[in-house]
Ligand binder design. Sequence first.
Ligand code: ZN
Length: 85
Amino acid sequence: MKDYKQLKKDFEAKVTKLQKACKHTKFEWYDYCYRVGAYAGYQIKICLCCNKELTQKPTREERKEIRRKWLDDNMSNKLKKMCKK
Ligand SMILES: [Zn+2]
């Protein structure tokens, strides 16, 4: 009998093989969550056949930019508040 680790390894190898062979013709956009109920603020495109993550919306680069802007805004707001005191 195979143990869990071996089964997992076999499964992952098969998924990798499937994802390499797949043409990714059917896909769906999903809200990406870090964990259940924790929406990360962006969507990922997942292939319905092989479950491969194809693209993210916004992309990694766009997310960096959004985060940078958010930080800039928040920091400048904090500084403004500090200066008012
Ligand atoms: Zn696919």
